[in-house]
Design a protein around this ligand. Sequence first.
Ligand code: IPM
Ligand code: MN
Length: 346
Amino acid sequence: MSSSRHRVAVIGGDGIGPEVCAEALKIVAAAGVDLDTTDFDLGAARYLRDGAVLPDATLEELRGFEAILLGAVGPPVGDTAVPPGTLERGLLLRLRFELDLYVNLRPFTGVPGSIGEGADFVVVRENTEGTYAGEGGFLRKGTAHEVATQGSVNTRMGVERCVRYAFELAERRRRRLTLVHKTNVLTFAGDLWQRTVKEVAAEHPEVEWDYNHVDAACIYLVEQPARYDVIVTDNLFGDILTDLAGAVAGGIGFAASANLNPARTGPSLFEPVHGAAHDIAGKGVANPLAAIHSAALMLDHLGETDAAARILKALAAQADAMSAGSPSSSTQLSTTAVGDAIAERL
Ligand code: IPM
Ligand code: MN
Protein backbone atom coordinates (compact mmCIF):
# COMPACT_ATOMS: atom_id res chain seq x y z
CA MET A 1 0.00 0.00 0.00
CA SER A 2 1.40 3.40 -0.93
CA SER A 3 1.87 6.06 1.67
CA SER A 4 1.03 9.18 -0.34
CA ARG A 5 -1.89 9.77 -2.68
CA HIS A 6 -0.73 10.63 -6.16
CA ARG A 7 -2.60 13.43 -7.89
CA VAL A 8 -3.58 12.19 -11.32
CA ALA A 9 -5.54 14.00 -14.04
CA VAL A 10 -7.87 11.72 -15.99
CA ILE A 11 -8.94 12.56 -19.54
CA GLY A 12 -11.36 9.76 -20.43
CA GLY A 13 -12.10 11.37 -23.80
CA ASP A 14 -14.38 9.96 -26.47
CA GLY A 15 -15.75 6.62 -27.66
CA ILE A 16 -14.26 3.70 -25.71
CA GLY A 17 -11.82 6.05 -23.89
CA PRO A 18 -13.87 6.43 -20.68
CA GLU A 19 -14.67 2.68 -20.61
CA VAL A 20 -11.06 1.55 -20.78
CA CYS A 21 -9.93 4.30 -18.37
CA ALA A 22 -12.44 3.08 -15.80
CA GLU A 23 -10.96 -0.43 -15.96
CA ALA A 24 -7.43 0.97 -15.66
CA LEU A 25 -8.38 2.92 -12.54
CA LYS A 26 -10.15 -0.13 -11.13
CA ILE A 27 -6.95 -2.16 -11.47
CA VAL A 28 -4.80 0.56 -9.92
CA ALA A 29 -7.10 0.54 -6.88
CA ALA A 30 -7.10 -3.25 -6.79
CA ALA A 31 -3.29 -3.14 -6.71
CA GLY A 32 -3.54 -1.08 -3.54
CA VAL A 33 -2.60 2.33 -4.90
CA ASP A 34 -4.85 5.14 -3.76
CA LEU A 35 -4.97 7.86 -6.42
CA ASP A 36 -6.40 11.33 -6.01
CA THR A 37 -7.97 11.74 -9.46
CA THR A 38 -9.52 14.75 -11.17
CA ASP A 39 -11.53 14.32 -14.38
CA PHE A 40 -11.01 16.62 -17.33
CA ASP A 41 -13.62 16.91 -20.03
CA LEU A 42 -11.58 17.17 -23.25
CA GLY A 43 -11.90 15.65 -26.70
CA ALA A 44 -14.31 15.63 -29.63
CA ALA A 45 -17.49 15.76 -27.56
CA ARG A 46 -16.23 18.76 -25.62
CA TYR A 47 -15.14 20.51 -28.82
CA LEU A 48 -18.52 19.94 -30.42
CA ARG A 49 -20.25 21.30 -27.34
CA ASP A 50 -18.38 24.55 -26.77
CA GLY A 51 -15.50 24.74 -29.26
CA ALA A 52 -12.80 24.25 -26.59
CA VAL A 53 -9.83 22.00 -27.45
CA LEU A 54 -7.31 22.73 -24.68
CA PRO A 55 -7.93 26.06 -22.97
CA ASP A 56 -4.75 27.73 -21.65
CA ALA A 57 -6.11 27.66 -18.10
CA THR A 58 -6.71 23.90 -18.38
CA LEU A 59 -3.18 23.33 -19.61
CA GLU A 60 -1.83 25.30 -16.66
CA GLU A 61 -3.98 23.25 -14.29
CA LEU A 62 -2.72 20.01 -15.83
CA ARG A 63 0.88 21.06 -15.16
CA GLY A 64 0.15 20.78 -11.44
CA PHE A 65 -0.59 17.03 -11.54
CA GLU A 66 1.90 14.19 -11.08
CA ALA A 67 0.60 12.30 -14.11
CA ILE A 68 -2.14 12.31 -16.73
CA LEU A 69 -4.09 9.21 -17.75
CA LEU A 70 -5.81 9.54 -21.12
CA GLY A 71 -8.31 7.10 -22.68
CA ALA A 72 -8.74 8.17 -26.29
CA VAL A 73 -9.93 11.28 -28.09
CA GLY A 74 -11.46 11.70 -31.53
CA PRO A 75 -14.72 11.81 -33.46
CA PRO A 76 -16.25 8.79 -35.19
CA VAL A 77 -14.44 7.81 -38.41
CA GLY A 78 -15.84 9.80 -41.32
CA ASP A 79 -17.31 12.50 -39.07
CA THR A 80 -16.47 15.92 -40.50
CA ALA A 81 -17.69 18.10 -37.64
CA VAL A 82 -14.21 18.11 -36.11
CA PRO A 83 -11.73 19.34 -38.75
CA PRO A 84 -8.68 17.06 -39.16
CA GLY A 85 -5.82 18.15 -36.93
CA THR A 86 -8.04 19.98 -34.44
CA LEU A 87 -7.62 17.46 -31.64
CA GLU A 88 -4.36 15.96 -32.91
CA ARG A 89 -2.48 19.26 -33.03
CA GLY A 90 -4.61 21.21 -30.58
CA LEU A 91 -4.80 18.65 -27.79
CA LEU A 92 -2.54 15.59 -28.09
CA LEU A 93 0.49 17.20 -29.71
CA ARG A 94 0.06 20.40 -27.72
CA LEU A 95 0.26 18.36 -24.52
CA ARG A 96 3.33 16.47 -25.81
CA PHE A 97 5.10 19.70 -26.77
CA GLU A 98 4.02 21.96 -23.89
CA LEU A 99 4.75 19.34 -21.23
CA ASP A 100 7.99 18.35 -23.02
CA LEU A 101 7.00 14.67 -23.20
CA TYR A 102 10.03 13.91 -25.31
CA VAL A 103 9.97 10.11 -25.12
CA ASN A 104 7.02 8.10 -26.37
CA LEU A 105 7.68 4.69 -24.87
CA ARG A 106 5.78 1.82 -26.46
CA PRO A 107 6.44 -1.70 -25.15
CA PHE A 108 5.34 -4.81 -27.05
CA THR A 109 5.09 -8.42 -25.94
CA GLY A 110 3.71 -10.86 -28.47
CA VAL A 111 0.38 -12.29 -27.37
CA PRO A 112 0.17 -16.10 -27.74
CA GLY A 113 -1.16 -16.93 -31.18
CA SER A 114 0.04 -13.67 -32.73
CA ILE A 115 2.89 -13.61 -35.23
CA GLY A 116 4.81 -11.70 -32.56
CA GLU A 117 4.60 -14.56 -30.04
CA GLY A 118 7.96 -14.76 -28.24
CA ALA A 119 8.91 -11.17 -29.11
CA ASP A 120 9.48 -8.61 -26.36
CA PHE A 121 10.69 -5.18 -27.39
CA VAL A 122 10.22 -1.49 -26.69
CA VAL A 123 10.03 1.35 -29.18
CA VAL A 124 11.49 4.65 -27.96
CA ARG A 125 9.85 7.17 -30.25
CA GLU A 126 11.09 10.77 -30.23
CA ASN A 127 7.95 12.72 -29.36
CA THR A 128 8.52 16.47 -29.80
CA GLU A 129 10.28 16.97 -33.14
CA GLY A 130 10.58 15.60 -36.68
CA THR A 131 7.74 16.18 -39.11
CA TYR A 132 5.38 16.57 -36.15
CA ALA A 133 6.98 19.88 -35.14
CA GLY A 134 4.71 21.75 -37.55
CA GLU A 135 7.41 23.39 -39.63
CA GLY A 136 6.24 24.39 -43.10
CA GLY A 137 3.32 26.05 -44.75
CA PHE A 138 1.60 26.97 -47.96
CA LEU A 139 2.51 29.31 -50.78
CA ARG A 140 -0.14 30.42 -53.27
CA LYS A 141 -2.67 28.17 -51.56
CA GLY A 142 -5.63 27.19 -53.69
CA THR A 143 -4.01 28.22 -56.95
CA ALA A 144 -2.58 26.04 -59.71
CA HIS A 145 0.89 27.00 -58.47
CA GLU A 146 0.26 25.94 -54.92
CA VAL A 147 3.22 24.81 -52.81
CA ALA A 148 3.01 22.92 -49.52
CA THR A 149 6.09 22.16 -47.45
CA GLN A 150 6.33 20.13 -44.25
CA GLY A 151 9.82 20.08 -42.82
CA SER A 152 11.39 17.70 -40.34
CA VAL A 153 12.96 19.40 -37.33
CA ASN A 154 15.82 17.47 -35.72
CA THR A 155 17.80 19.24 -33.01
CA ARG A 156 20.98 17.87 -31.50
CA MET A 157 19.47 18.34 -28.04
CA GLY A 158 16.18 16.67 -28.97
CA VAL A 159 17.78 13.68 -30.66
CA GLU A 160 20.44 13.23 -28.00
CA ARG A 161 18.09 13.20 -25.01
CA CYS A 162 15.90 10.61 -26.71
CA VAL A 163 18.89 8.45 -27.70
CA ARG A 164 20.29 8.68 -24.16
CA TYR A 165 17.00 7.51 -22.73
CA ALA A 166 17.00 4.55 -25.15
CA PHE A 167 20.54 3.46 -24.22
CA GLU A 168 19.78 3.71 -20.51
CA LEU A 169 16.69 1.59 -21.05
CA ALA A 170 18.68 -0.96 -23.08
CA GLU A 171 21.13 -1.23 -20.15
CA ARG A 172 18.26 -2.39 -17.95
CA ARG A 173 16.96 -4.84 -20.58
CA ARG A 174 18.74 -7.23 -22.95
CA ARG A 175 21.36 -4.64 -23.94
CA ARG A 176 20.51 -4.48 -27.61
CA LEU A 177 19.55 -1.27 -29.36
CA THR A 178 18.51 -0.67 -32.97
CA LEU A 179 18.37 2.75 -34.56
CA VAL A 180 15.64 2.85 -37.21
CA HIS A 181 15.78 5.65 -39.78
CA LYS A 182 16.20 6.21 -43.51
CA THR A 183 19.77 7.49 -43.60
CA ASN A 184 20.18 6.54 -47.27
CA VAL A 185 17.59 9.12 -48.33
CA LEU A 186 17.11 11.49 -45.38
CA THR A 187 20.81 12.25 -45.40
CA PHE A 188 20.70 15.33 -43.14
CA ALA A 189 18.39 14.16 -40.37
CA GLY A 190 19.67 10.59 -40.70
CA ASP A 191 23.26 11.73 -40.33
CA LEU A 192 22.47 13.63 -37.15
CA TRP A 193 20.66 10.61 -35.68
CA GLN A 194 23.40 8.18 -36.68
CA ARG A 195 26.24 10.33 -35.33
CA THR A 196 24.36 10.89 -32.09
CA VAL A 197 23.76 7.17 -31.61
CA LYS A 198 27.44 6.44 -32.30
CA GLU A 199 28.57 8.99 -29.73
CA VAL A 200 26.14 7.93 -27.01
CA ALA A 201 26.95 4.26 -27.75
CA ALA A 202 30.57 4.97 -26.80
CA GLU A 203 29.35 5.71 -23.26
CA HIS A 204 27.49 2.37 -23.17
CA PRO A 205 30.01 -0.23 -24.35
CA GLU A 206 27.90 -3.06 -22.88
CA VAL A 207 25.01 -2.22 -25.20
CA GLU A 208 25.28 -3.80 -28.62
CA TRP A 209 23.69 -1.62 -31.29
CA ASP A 210 22.84 -1.81 -34.96
CA TYR A 211 20.97 0.13 -37.59
CA ASN A 212 17.96 -0.73 -39.79
CA HIS A 213 16.42 1.30 -42.56
CA VAL A 214 12.77 1.83 -41.69
CA ASP A 215 11.45 -0.07 -44.70
CA ALA A 216 13.60 -3.08 -43.84
CA ALA A 217 12.53 -2.77 -40.19
CA CYS A 218 8.93 -3.28 -41.37
CA ILE A 219 9.92 -6.63 -42.87
CA TYR A 220 11.95 -7.70 -39.80
CA LEU A 221 9.12 -6.67 -37.47
CA VAL A 222 6.79 -9.06 -39.27
CA GLU A 223 9.26 -11.86 -40.04
CA GLN A 224 11.58 -11.87 -37.01
CA PRO A 225 10.17 -9.54 -34.34
CA ALA A 226 12.13 -11.37 -31.63
CA ARG A 227 15.37 -9.83 -32.97
CA TYR A 228 14.50 -6.50 -31.32
CA ASP A 229 15.04 -5.31 -27.77
CA VAL A 230 15.06 -1.49 -27.83
CA ILE A 231 14.26 0.38 -31.04
CA VAL A 232 14.98 4.11 -31.11
CA THR A 233 13.53 6.19 -33.91
CA ASP A 234 12.12 9.55 -34.91
CA ASN A 235 8.57 10.75 -34.39
CA LEU A 236 6.92 9.76 -37.70
CA PHE A 237 8.79 6.47 -38.17
CA GLY A 238 7.89 5.66 -34.57
CA ASP A 239 4.23 6.42 -35.17
CA ILE A 240 4.05 4.05 -38.13
CA LEU A 241 6.27 1.32 -36.69
CA THR A 242 4.29 1.13 -33.46
CA ASP A 243 0.98 0.56 -35.25
CA LEU A 244 2.69 -2.23 -37.19
CA ALA A 245 4.23 -3.57 -33.98
CA GLY A 246 0.81 -3.49 -32.32
CA ALA A 247 -0.69 -5.56 -35.09
CA VAL A 248 2.24 -8.00 -34.98
CA ALA A 249 2.08 -8.37 -31.21
CA GLY A 250 -1.59 -9.32 -31.11
CA GLY A 251 -3.67 -6.25 -31.91
CA ILE A 252 -3.62 -2.57 -31.13
CA GLY A 253 -5.98 -3.26 -28.19
CA PHE A 254 -2.93 -4.56 -26.32
CA ALA A 255 -0.57 -1.64 -27.10
CA ALA A 256 0.27 0.76 -24.26
CA SER A 257 2.22 3.98 -24.27
CA ALA A 258 3.94 6.36 -21.91
CA ASN A 259 4.56 9.92 -23.06
CA LEU A 260 7.42 10.72 -20.74
CA ASN A 261 9.07 13.85 -19.47
CA PRO A 262 12.10 11.98 -18.08
CA ALA A 263 13.51 15.23 -16.69
CA ARG A 264 10.36 15.40 -14.53
CA THR A 265 9.82 19.11 -15.05
CA GLY A 266 6.10 18.32 -15.19
CA PRO A 267 3.62 15.46 -15.44
CA SER A 268 4.01 12.60 -17.91
CA LEU A 269 1.02 11.29 -19.87
CA PHE A 270 -0.07 7.67 -20.23
CA GLU A 271 -2.45 6.45 -22.93
CA PRO A 272 -3.30 3.34 -24.93
CA VAL A 273 -2.07 3.52 -28.54
CA HIS A 274 -5.55 2.78 -29.91
CA GLY A 275 -8.17 5.39 -30.74
CA ALA A 276 -11.73 6.13 -29.64
CA ALA A 277 -13.26 3.24 -31.69
CA HIS A 278 -16.77 4.73 -31.73
CA ASP A 279 -18.02 1.67 -33.63
CA ILE A 280 -17.72 -0.44 -30.50
CA ALA A 281 -18.24 2.29 -27.87
CA GLY A 282 -20.90 1.60 -25.26
CA LYS A 283 -21.10 -2.08 -26.15
CA GLY A 284 -18.83 -3.22 -23.35
CA VAL A 285 -16.54 -5.12 -25.70
CA ALA A 286 -13.47 -2.83 -25.83
CA ASN A 287 -10.22 -4.50 -24.83
CA PRO A 288 -9.00 -2.61 -21.72
CA LEU A 289 -5.56 -4.24 -21.62
CA ALA A 290 -3.75 -1.38 -23.37
CA ALA A 291 -5.23 1.14 -20.95
CA ILE A 292 -4.45 -1.05 -17.93
CA HIS A 293 -0.89 -1.54 -19.16
CA SER A 294 -0.58 2.24 -19.65
CA ALA A 295 -1.74 2.75 -16.07
CA ALA A 296 0.93 0.28 -14.91
CA LEU A 297 3.55 2.34 -16.76
CA MET A 298 2.16 5.37 -14.92
CA LEU A 299 2.50 3.68 -11.53
CA ASP A 300 6.06 2.71 -12.35
CA HIS A 301 6.82 6.34 -13.23
CA LEU A 302 5.21 7.46 -9.95
CA GLY A 303 7.51 5.17 -7.99
CA GLU A 304 4.83 2.57 -7.26
CA THR A 305 7.12 -0.05 -8.73
CA ASP A 306 5.80 -2.99 -6.77
CA ALA A 307 2.16 -2.39 -7.76
CA ALA A 308 3.24 -1.77 -11.36
CA ALA A 309 5.15 -5.06 -11.46
CA ARG A 310 2.21 -6.97 -10.03
CA ILE A 311 -0.17 -5.47 -12.60
CA LEU A 312 2.24 -6.32 -15.43
CA LYS A 313 2.41 -9.90 -14.23
CA ALA A 314 -1.38 -10.17 -14.02
CA LEU A 315 -1.67 -8.58 -17.47
CA ALA A 316 0.73 -11.10 -18.97
CA ALA A 317 -1.27 -13.97 -17.48
CA GLN A 318 -4.52 -12.46 -18.77
CA ALA A 319 -3.07 -11.82 -22.24
CA ASP A 320 -2.01 -15.47 -22.30
CA ALA A 321 -5.62 -16.40 -21.67
CA MET A 322 -6.97 -14.14 -24.41
CA SER A 323 -6.37 -14.84 -28.07
CA ALA A 324 -4.85 -12.24 -30.35
CA GLY A 325 -7.63 -9.97 -31.55
CA SER A 326 -8.27 -6.99 -33.77
CA PRO A 327 -8.34 -3.34 -32.63
CA SER A 328 -9.73 -3.08 -29.14
CA SER A 329 -12.42 -5.67 -29.76
CA SER A 330 -12.68 -9.42 -30.30
CA THR A 331 -11.97 -10.24 -26.71
CA GLN A 332 -14.12 -13.14 -25.63
CA LEU A 333 -14.84 -11.36 -22.36
CA SER A 334 -16.57 -8.03 -21.82
CA THR A 335 -14.50 -4.95 -20.95
CA THR A 336 -15.44 -5.09 -17.28
CA ALA A 337 -15.01 -8.88 -17.13
CA VAL A 338 -11.43 -8.50 -18.36
CA GLY A 339 -10.85 -5.89 -15.65
CA ASP A 340 -12.37 -8.18 -13.02
CA ALA A 341 -10.24 -11.12 -14.20
CA ILE A 342 -7.05 -9.05 -13.88
CA ALA A 343 -8.09 -7.72 -10.48
CA GLU A 344 -8.56 -11.30 -9.37
CA ARG A 345 -5.08 -12.29 -10.56
CA LEU A 346 -3.45 -9.49 -8.53
C1 IPM B 1 -0.40 8.12 -31.82
C2 IPM B 1 -1.45 8.79 -32.68
C3 IPM B 1 -1.11 10.28 -32.74
C4 IPM B 1 0.25 10.41 -33.39
C5 IPM B 1 -2.14 11.16 -33.46
C6 IPM B 1 -3.53 10.91 -32.98
C7 IPM B 1 -1.77 12.63 -33.35
O1 IPM B 1 -1.52 8.24 -33.94
O2 IPM B 1 -0.32 8.44 -30.63
O3 IPM B 1 0.32 7.27 -32.34
O4 IPM B 1 0.34 10.50 -34.63
O5 IPM B 1 1.23 10.45 -32.67
MN1 MN C 1 -0.18 6.56 -34.19
